[in-house]
Design a protein around this ligand. Structure first.
Ligand SMILES: NC(=O)C1=CN([C@@H]2O[C@H](COP(=O)(O)OP(=O)(O)OC[C@H]3O[C@@H](n4cnc5c(N)ncnc54)[C@H](O)[C@@H]3O)[C@@H](O)[C@H]2O)C=CC1
Ligand SMILES: CC(=O)[C@](C)(O)C(=O)O
Ligand SMILES: [Mg+2]
Ligand SMILES: [Mg+2]
Length: 348
C-alpha cells in the first residue's frame, strides 16, 4: 500500500505496480468467484475477471433479459452460468451485484450459502450501512469486503477493453479469515480497476449517494436545465441554448478539465470568460451549497436510502423509471441534443 499526498492530505492507495495482476491471480487461484446479478456492474466485472484469467461464474434469474445477455456474452448455462442460488452455493467469493433493493429480497438465499471462510463482496456500502433497513447482516465467520468502481459498469468494461482502468474504492467491513485484505485488493485489480483508494462501507455509500444525486447526475441536469430555460425564455434558439449549455461543455471544455484541471480549462478560454467565471463561481457556489448540505443530511439520516428502497420495491418500478427517463429524453433540450449529436462530423 502506498501513502500518497492528495492536495496536502495523505491517503492509502493501491496501484497495479504494487499489486500486479500476477499477484492477484496467485491470491485467488483456489477461489470460485460467483458474480450474482448481470445488470450493469455484473457484466463489466465478470467479463473483466474472465478476460483476466480468473475462475468466475455468473448467477442470474433464468427467463430474464439479463440471463439472455449473459448467454450472448459467452456464459454457458450449467457450466459458468447458473440460477442465483446454485452460483451462491458454488462460489467461495460471492460478488453481490443485484440492485440494492433486490439484495434485500434475495438475502435469505445468499445467507444460506455463506459458509465459514467464504467472502461476501459488495460494490456499494448500502446493504451493510443501512442494515436496519435492509436486514443484511452477514454471519461473523465470513469476510465482508467492498470494491466500488467509481463509474458505470459500462465504462468499467469499455475502459478495460481500451487498455485503461477506472478507479475504485475498497473497504473491509469484516476480516474473518485474515485474508480479507489480499482478497479485496486482488478482486479490485481483477475487475480492472486502475488503482484503488481506501474507504469504509459507510463513507462509500454516503459519498456515492451524495455524488450521484449531486454533481454527477442530479445537480448537473438541474443546472443545465436552469440555464437552457433562461436562454430560451430570452429568445435564444434551441441550438444556441443547447450548444452554449451542454455541447460545448462535453466536447470542448470538460476534456480540458479532465486533462489538467479547472485552471487549465479557464486558461484556455478568453480573458473575458476567465474574468466572468472567476466572478460568478462564488454566487453559484453560495446558491447550491445549502442544497448539498440538505442532501448530505438526507443521505446520512438514511432517508434517501429508505426512499430508494420503497420506490425500487414496487413491482412496476422499472416501468415508472422508464417513463421518467422518457420525459427527459423527449424534452426540448435533449431532443435538440439528438440533432446536435447527428451534426457532429464524426457521426455522419
Ligand atoms: N450501475 C452501476 O454502474 C453501478 C452500480 N453499483 C452498485 O452495484 C450493485 C449492482 O448495481 P447494478 O449493476 O446497477 O444493478 P441492476 O439494477 O442493473 O440489477 C442487477 C441485476 O439484478 C437482477 N434483479 C433485479 N431484481 C431482482 C430480484 N428481485 N431477484 C433477483 N434478481 C433481481 C436483475 O436481473 C439484474 O441482472 C449495486 O449495489 C449498485 O449500487 C456501484 C457502482 C456503479
Ligand atoms: C455509476 C455509479 O457509480 C453510480 C452513479 O453511483 C451508480 O450507478 O450508482
Ligand atoms: Mg458510484
Ligand atoms: Mg451509486
Amino acid at each position: 500500500m502506498a501513502v500518497m499526498n492528495f492536495g496536502g492530505v495523505e491517503e492509502n492507495v493501491v496501484t497495479r505496480d504494487e499489486f500486479p495482476l500476477s499477484k492477484a491471480k496467485e491470491v485467488l487461484k483456489d477461489e470460485v468467484i460467483a458474480v450474482i446479478g448481470y445488470g450493469v456492474q455484473g457484466p463489466g466485472q465478470s467479463l473483466n475477471l474472465r478476460d483476466n484469467g480468473f475462475n468466475v461464474i455468473v448467477g442470474q434469474r433464468k427467463n430474464s433479459k439479463s440471463w439472455d445477455k449473459a448467454v450472448a456474452d459467452g456464459w454457458v448455462p450449467g457450466k459458468t452460468l447458473f440460477e442465483i442460488e446454485e452460483a451462491a452455493e458454488k462460489g467461495t467469493i460471492i460478488q453481490y451485484l443485484l440492485s440494492d433493493a433486490a439484495q434485500i429480497e434475495v438475502w435469505p438465499v445468499i445467507k444460506k450459502h455463506l459458509t465459514p471462510g467464504k467472502a461476501l463482496y459488495f460494490s456499494h456500502g448500502f446493504g451493510i450501512t443501512y442494515k436496519d433497513r435492509t436486514g443484511i447482516i452477514p454471519p461473523p465467520d465470513v469476510d465482508v469486503i467492498l470494491v466500488a468502481p467509481k463509474g458505470s459498469g459500462t465504462s468499467l468494461r469499455k475502459m478495460f477493453l481500451e487498455g485503461r482502468g477506472l478507479n475504485s474504492s475498497y473497504a473491509i467491513f469484516q476480516d474473518a479469515t485474515g485474508k480479507a485484505y489480499d482478497r479485496v485488493i486482488a478482486l479490485g485489480i481483477g475487475i480492472g480497476s486502475g488503482y484503488l483508494f481506501e474507504t469504509t462501507f459507510e463513507r462509500e455509500v454516503y459519498s456515492d449517494l451524495t455524488g450521484e444525486r449531486g454533481t454527477l447526475m442530479g445537480a448537473i441536469q438541474g443546472l443545465f436545465l436552469a440555464q437552457y430555460e433562461t436562454l430560451r425564455e430570452h429568445g435564444h434558439t434551441p441550438s444556441e441554448a443547447f450548444n452554449e449549455t451542454v455541447e460545448e461543455l462535453t466536447q470542448s471544455l470538460m476534456p480540458l478539465v479532465a486533462e489538467k484541471g479547472m485552471d487549465w480549462m479557464y486558461a484556455n478560454c478568453s480573458t473575458t470568460a476567465q474574468r466572468g467565471a472567476l466572478d460568478w463561481m462564488g454566487p453559484f457556489h453560495d446558491a447550491v451549497k445549502p442544497v448539498f448540505e440538505k442532501l448530505y443530511n438526507e443521505v446520512a439520516s438514511g432517508n434517501e436510502a429508505q426512499r430508494s428502497i420503497d420506490s425500487n420495491s414496487q413491482p412496476d418500478y422499472r416501468e415508472k423509471l422508464e417513463e421518467e427517463l422518457k420525459a427527459l429524453r423527449e424534452s426540448e433540450m435533449w431532443q435538440t441534443g439528438v440533432v446536435v449529436r447527428k451534426l457532429r462530423p464524426e457521426n455522419n
